[in-house]
Ligand binder design. Structure first.
Ligand code: NAP
Ligand code: MG
Length: 502
């Protein structure tokens, strides 16, 4: 339990006696409360192919660092074409000879086992994820790891009920699936990709991001412990070029990619003309829309949760705040008050709200956008906060005086930066929210149910949250419109993307 330490400032009263003066936001400071679970790191991790850890044919390795300390965590194998080939051969063998022949009921038992083993090692995984990615332990402990386990449980439940995925039709696996994922939810994205694919009877070749390979290889340890048949899931670490090899491989019947829109377009071009099925989960520039009748304090929490709690490194982050003019000044003042209380710092501390940015490059890219915003004439505001001397940190940042044409309002910054725009009417809010090439998510804050229904119907976004934000459930399909991609992950719709109808 953290101890609260009073930081009352002393001032002098009329009779010369000191009197405490309450300074809001600077009143209480917590003692450090670091998470102590052992992440059980090995110095070096190999490729997980055909149920075994094997050295890469290249003999090369790369480092992953802890962005909060800039220290090396471990070395990871750098896979090349021969390794990717070996992984696809193993996956095809497993799919044809073992996994594709098992009943759904039997496959489901493995998924249950994986989910339970992940729960058993939840604290270890949360610490490992926080160390590799920089996000606060309260996020990895309370969201990433439990939600990853929930995805395996959910799809374990589907495995023996696949006839209900497409009622009236028979479903069959596609074969081998190639998957590439980003660094912002390393473990959760593995679960989103692997669980539906293998529940349906497919086998997988998957690559995590270079910045965050740790929980992927740890999940491979769980696959070993669960006795998953060799070749069902093959985990390949390496750079973007390795991802390109996985996506373009002729054995892949389907490819599933989560990452930036730019890389998604490169991949789509590389597989154009093939008969591969494809799902793409790409970038976003979500609008969080606050009306004058909204519960403002609750909305402040939703905005903060939507853009600052994961350092804004969330595809569906509410990176644009559209606020109704009558309450704009009051709302921004409330938001600033709340941001003054956020704790930025050591992600392993249980009290930390805003952790480290994933890499030096990503921090530089965010800072570049701050300079662009200022140059474009928007007004930058950051709460006073002390950043750790080492590591890649930045304070939560607001931009006011933003217009639709500003780059900070149009482009995905992928950092804790909120662009604030005002509106006068419902139609103006809809038009401004939809005025983006992206369409992944949106949030609406209002007291009126009818307004929520109208907004949900008119907003071109895969998810519209009402009076809340960033809520997920494995049963609820997630995916984008427009340049945010196509295909859905989660729910019955997500399973449809991993099967053929026969
Ligand atoms: P990224 O640069 O597109 O990288 C994503 C993955 O693709 C990484 O594993 C990367 O490997 C790999 N990659 C890079 N170049 C490749 C190529 N030419 N061919 C195949 N794979 C390649 O994205 P990021 O910066 O890691 O992640 C942030 C982006 O992901 C944001 O745009 C965010 O919105 C999006 N995202 C979307 C969703 C969603 O569900 N819609 C969810 C999470 C994130 P390296 O790591 O080695 O570069
Ligand atoms: Mg790392």
């Amino acid at each position: 339990m953290a101890t609260l330490v009073s930081k009352r400032k002393k001032t002098t009263r009329r009779h010369g006696r000191p009197a405490p003066q309450l300074i809001f936001g600077d009143l209480w400071e917590y003692d450090p409360a670091p998470e102590t679970a052992d992440p059980k790191l090995k110095p070096r991790y190999d490729l997980f192919i055909n149920g075994r850890f094997v050295t890469p044919k290249s003999g090369k390795y790369f480092d992953s660092i802890n962005p909060a300390t800039e220290q090396k965590l471990a070395e990871f194998a750098l896979a090349g074409a021969a390794d990717v080939d070996a992984a696809y051969r193993a996956a095809r063998r497993a799919q044809r000879n073992v996994w594709g022949k098992l009943s759904g009921r039997e496959r489901g038992k493995y998924l249950f086992r994986i989910a339970r083993l992940l729960q058993d090692r939840a604290r270890e995984f949360a610490v490992a994820e926080t160390m590799d990615n920089g996000k606060p332990i309260k996020e990895t402990r309370d969201f990433d790891v439990p939600m990853a386990a929930a995805h395996f449980f959910y799809h374990a439940g589907w495995a023996d009920k696949l006839e209900y995925v497409a009622p009236g039709r028979k479903v069959a696996p596609l074969g081998v699936v190639g998957q590439v994922i980003p660094w912002n939810f390393p473990l959760l994205m593995l679960a989103w990709k692997i669980a539906p694919a293998i529940a349906m009877g497919n086998c997988v070749v998957i690559k995590p991001a270079t910045n965050t390979p740790l929980t992927a290889v740890k999940l491979a340890e769980i696959f070993e412990d669960a006795g998953l048949p060799p070749g069902v899931v093959n985990i390949i670490t390496g750079p973007g070029s390795t991802g390109g090899l996985i996506m373009a491989h002729p054995t892949a019947a389907k490819i599933a990619f989560t990452g930036s829109t730019d890389v998604g377009k490169i991949i789509m071009r590389s597989v154009a003309g093939t008969d591969k099925k494809m799902t793409m989960e790409l970038g976003g520039k979500a609008a969080n829309i606050v009306f004058d009748d909204a519960p403002l304090d609750q909305a402040v929490e939703g905005i903060v949760n939507g853009i600052f709690f994961n350092q804004g490194q969330v595809c569906c982050a509410g990176s644009r705040l559209l606020v109704h003019e009558p309450v704009a000044a009051r709302f921004v003042a409330k938001l600033k008050t709340r941001l003054r209380t956020l704790r930025v710092g050591n992600p392993l501390d249980k009290n930390t709200d805003v952790g480290a940015i994933v890499s030096r490059d990503q921090l530089a890219s965010i800072q570049h956008y701050l300079a662009i915003g200022v140059k474009e004439g928007a007004e930058l505001w950051q709460p006073p906060c002390r950043l750790p001397a080492k590591g890649f940190f930045m304070p939560p940042t607001l931009f006011t005086g933003v217009t639709q044409s500003h780059r900070i309002a149009r482009e995905e910054i992928f950092g804790p930066v909120l662009a604030i725009i005002t509106f006068r009417t419902v139609d103006e809010a809809i038009e401004k929210a939809n005025n983006t090439p992206y369409g992944l998510s949106a949030g609406v804050w209002t007291d009126k149910g009818s307004r929520i229904l109208k907004m949900a119907a008119e907003l071109k976004a895969g998810v519209v949250w009402a009076n809340t934000f960033n809520k997920f459930d494995p049963a609820s399909p997630f995916g984008g419109y427009k340049e945010s991609g196509f295909g859905r992950e989660g729910g019955r719709q997500g399973l449809l993307d991993y099967c053929q109808l026969v």
